[in-house]
Write a protein that binds this ligand. Structure first.
Ligand code: ZN
Length: 142
């Protein structure tokens, strides 16, 4: 059902300090940082041989990341797996008795469709499943 590990999401207080670790010390390639105003956070994506680290910083005290850090401190927030068909995956997980945070997939970073599974039903781990954006038909303009 799961295709591969896509990324590990890590809650951080200071994005620049964390980039100094993952990019500058550990040598991962920083693919970019995107603002996600809907989720009140910004996300920096770093590549490590095809798997990724997603650094998440809250931009508001109401953000889930701010609440996570308040409760548990900085650290691993979620694990994300790529799937081919997110709707079929969510239906299968629900049928297996897992508790979905998102009944329907929603837009994530970079046009991916994402959904979360509650850690209560997944051994204490917040699971994210994500479907890669479909290739847009070529406009022939490039
Ligand atoms: Zn994620």
């Amino acid at each position: 059902m799961l295709k591969k590990l896509a990324h590990i999401g890590i809650a951080v207080k200071d994005l620049e300090r964390s980039l100094a670790l993952y990019r500058d010390v550990l040598g991962m390639h920083h693919e970019g940082t995107s603002a996600e105003p809907d989720r009140q956070l910004e996300a920096a994506m770093l590549d490590c041989g095809g798997a990724h680290i997603e650094l998440l910083r809250a931009t508001s005290p109401d953000s889930v990341i701010a609440r996570f850090i308040e409760k548990r401190g900085e650290g691993i927030h979620h694990v994300c797996f790529e799937v081919d068909d997110i709707r079929a995956t969510l239906a299968a997980l629900k049928a297996a008795g897992l508790q979905l945070v998102d009944e329907q997939p929603r837009p994530g970073v970079g046009g991916w469709l994402v959904a979360f599974v509650h850690p209560r039903s997944a051994g204490g781990v917040l699971l994210e499943v994500a479907e890669r954006p479909k290739k847009q038909p070529s406009t022939g303009s490039d």
